[in-house]
Design a protein around this ligand. Structure first.
Ligand SMILES: *[C@@H]1O[C@H](CO)[C@@H](O)[C@H](O)[C@H]1NC(C)=O
Ligand SMILES: *[C@@H]1O[C@H](CO)[C@@H](O)[C@H](O)[C@H]1NC(C)=O
Ligand SMILES: *[C@@H]1O[C@H](CO)[C@@H](O)[C@H](O)[C@H]1NC(C)=O
Ligand SMILES: *[C@@H]1O[C@H](CO)[C@@H](O)[C@H](O)[C@H]1NC(C)=O
Length: 358
């Protein structure tokens, strides 16, 4: 090899290393400095999707868009590329090794389910020999890797604060965490919370009859105000009860829906149904009001909580929703959840990156 060859090798080597070794000191240093949430979607058919849905035997019907008849495939092939670094390649074996004998808990609504399911698919597809069990009890499901004794639990919890059944009806208590929930949360090594979408539900889709704020009972109130109060209750609980040296805490930011195509300049489309490609640039927006509240509450906390800041990058993915290929036409259009494989796989690559660099 001549001087020229050596020069080329020296140039290429760091790039190869960056993609293969996720624990090198220099790479972690670079990742720590990188804003992994600023970037763009890049067409990368060689590496994406990260798994084939047929390799995820437990994939929920509602997320399995291909099986439900979605024929276009472009949406499967986009990689999130931060401007100032590369994300480490997701490696299920490495993930399981890092969390041997540990427990990871997702707490939240169906967007939590979406992300949890994506992570279990990613782990199973890249480390199929590990073996797994899945246990369901009520609103909870636990995926356990047999070889590494890592468990990933999903605890469905739409509001994080409690709902009490009283004689006069169901009461959403803005200033109280259910002690049973708190007890569960304390048992985990990694916690990933989310709540938002249910705060907007009204009438038949609303699972409470009254809101209790301190000693006052309301029939209803401004939902953003209620959301903020509940988040503050959750934040106080974390500040008081979690030792963040032992337990890492994350919050999945607001997952954007795509119900109104006028917002991205395509009024003929009406909703997400005809969308085949991501946007290159975010449509003009002021920040989502819930996002502003969430960021404020997190920044006022005394314990460090990592915001998985997926709102902006997901907003570009108007093509990523199940539309009619989710629960099926009879249950209507779905422009809220995400197809799998798909956008939540990127959320988990970002989670993986945060776990490595923190
Ligand atoms: C599996 O991990 C849990 C902690 O998450 C631990 O309590 C348990 O003893 C482990 N089981 C085995 C067989 O090592
Ligand atoms: C859709 O968005 C446009 C532009 O923001 C707005 O004018 C319109 O009222 C919205 N339509 C619905 C049904 O929300
Ligand atoms: C979604 O948009 C399509 C047209 O692109 C329209 O035919 C359909 O009725 C819309 N569905 C809903 C639920 O808005
Ligand atoms: C989250 O990312 C968006 C860009 O997608 C950025 O505008 C916003 O400031 C970020 N939020 C935080 C708290 O870093």
């Amino acid at each position: 090899m001549g001087t020229f060859g050596i020069a080329i090798a020296l140039l290429v080597l760091p790039i190869i290393l960056e993609n293969q070794i996720v624990c090198g000191k220099q790479i972690i240093y670079r990742l720590k400095k990188c804003d992994i949430y600023q970037g763009g979607w890049v067409y990368d058919p060689n590496s994406y999707p990260l798994y084939d849905s047929s390799l995820c035997p437990f994939l929920d019907h509602a997320f399995d868009c291909q099986k439900n008849g979605r024929a276009d495939e472009l949406y499967l092939k986009y990689r999130w590329q931060p401007y100032s670094c590369n994300l480490p390649t997701f490696d299920g074996e490495d993930f399981l090794e890092r969390f041997r004998d540990k427990r990871i808990l997702f707490v939240g609504d169906s967007l939590s389910l979406n992300q949890w399911r994506s992570l279990t698919c990613m782990i199973h597809a890249t480390s199929p020999q590990s073996g797994y069990t899945i246990k369901r009890i009520g609103g909870s499901s636990t995926f356990t890797s047999k070889s590494h004794n890592v468990s990933l639990m999903l605890a469905r919890n739409a509001f994080l604060v409690r709902i009490d059944q009283q004689r006069y009806g169901r009461v959403l208590k803005l200033d109280s965490i259910d002690p049973a929930d708190g007890k569960l949360w304390k048992e985990y090594d990694v916690l990933i919370f989310d709540t938002w979408h249910w705060w907007l539900h009204a009438s038949r889709k609303q699972p409470w009859d009254f809101i209790q704020d301190g000693k006052t009972l309301h029939r209803d109130m401004n939902r953003l105000v209620a959301y903020e109060k509940a988040l503050k209750t959750w934040a106080r609980w974390v500040d008081k009860n979690v030792d963040t040296k032992e337990t890492k805490v994350f919050f999945q930011s607001i997952s954007p829906s795509h119900w109104n195509a006028s917002q991205w300049g395509y009024p003929e489309g009406r909703n997400c149904t005809a969308e085949r490609k991501p946007l290159v640039v975010a449509y003009p927006r002021s920040k989502h009001p819930a996002e502003v509240i969430l960021e404020k509450v997190l920044s006022d906390m005394s314990k460090p909580v990592v915001l998985l800041n997926v709102t902006g990058l997901s907003q570009l993915r108007k093509d990523g929703h199940p539309s009619i290929y989710g629960n099926g036409a009879h249950l209507g259009m779905d422009c809220t959840h995400w197809c799998l494989p798909g956008v939540p796989d990127t959320w988990n690559q970002l989670l993986y990156t945060e776990l490595i660099r923190n």
